[in-house]
Design a binder for this molecule. Sequence first.
Ligand code: AMP
Ligand code: MG
Length: 484
Amino acid sequence: MKLNDLKVNMDYFHMDTKLYQKLNPRPLKNPKLVSFNKTACDLINLDYSECESKEFLEFINGEKSLVNQESYSMVYAGHQFGYFVPQLGDGRAINLGAINSWHLQTKGSGRTKYSRQGDGRAVLRSSIREYIMSEAMHSLDIPTTRALAIIDSDTFANREWEKESCSVVLRMSPSWIRIGTFEFFAKTQNSIENLIKLSDYVIEQNYPHLKNEDKKYEKMFYSLVDKTALLLAKWQAYGFMHGVMNTDNFSMAGVTIDYGPYAFMDYFDKNCICNHTDAEGRYSYNNQPYVARWNLLVLANALKEICDENKLIEYMQIFLPQHENVYLELMNKRLGLNAVKSGNNNLDLILELLGALESSKIDYNVFFYRLSSLKSFNDLSSILDISVFQEPLKNWFVSYEKVCENEKSTFELRIKIMKKINPKYIIKNYMLQEAIELAHEGDYSLVNDLLEIAQNPFDEHKKYEKYSKPTPMEFANIKLTCSS
Ligand code: AMP
Ligand code: MG
């Protein structure tokens, strides 16, 4: 379809006007296309060739709108690092309506009513990170927002140490409603009617099967608990750390949103913190499932006026067991073991592995890839050679071999299971940093190449063999700041 034939659905305007501000984006100077994403084009039936047009650039930059499109930013509240903030909102994101149930939003389109002290801009570095990572997550089957395109410009913003060029990334989500959106009405507006309207909207958009059910709001909560348990299991199994799991960054559709100082863990460390401003490690790797549960409790609290509180408490209790089940199932697959079939979740083996990975100091995801590439148990050198201390992993392999023998699975079968779940490439922060540095010089080739790798992480990428190796020690588990 041509850009001009795309039809957007503006149904958020049925909601209370307190929930949004209609406004126009503020375009950047001399916009330049950095990259567009064909798989995202497919989701909204947009012809690829359209993305190379001047009109497309103008569309991303907010100079041109689609038929029937009106732009708006949304208000929400949220708990940030545990403290309630009664009013937040899209301080630099502008919503453009939905196509095929994908809600389009440009990030970095200028100040809004909710910008507080911010300039409404997103610097190129942060847009590149979000653009590539959301696609990397999707390729690993981790629920996430997607990204259609990214532009750079000659508008500059002041950040910590220098002026940086401003960009816009167009991102798409099954919903931009956050737990914080519910908190806004429940905590600050005292409006049951609006809470019901908001819940009905979320059900319509993301849980349509519940529309005519009894106790649909309780069931919506249950569905989100279930989806979030699955989401967190996937984050944990791949070593993904979000970095800012505030309730305003937590989606009502159960997908990863608002990529900030996130990281895929390099060297395994259960207490790893990727956010420089998170001194106490509230959002450390190990804490993530517990924070997700806490966030869901905040939602339960916001919903209690329109729900049976006992049901919410009952549903809340499935979170941790469900999370653990899915996590263990994934970890078994990462080891080539068929936990469901054998009726044993191999918890001890997995806990022993995590301890061994931590004490051997080894790149977490590279370990799994190399495990999937072993030729036999007689030669573990490809793994031991990349660990600082070899003994812990050697010992673990003794336990692993025993479990494999008991399962009576073959070496080939295990490799087959592992090859589907352990990618050769995981996008790490140091790779993104290389792409960002080149992009600052006007060379966007690595952004596009990393996108290709992110979208096909199980394939060979001969030119980038180096990115399948462990993260160089000097770049491992670096903390990033929120400023973006
Ligand atoms: P985050 O933790 O990045 O999701 O952001 C928290 C809040 O700050 C959200 O309401 C954002 O819209 C807002 N925000 C972050 N950066 C900016 C900026 N440069 N200008 C305006 N608002 C911002
Ligand atoms: Mg946010």
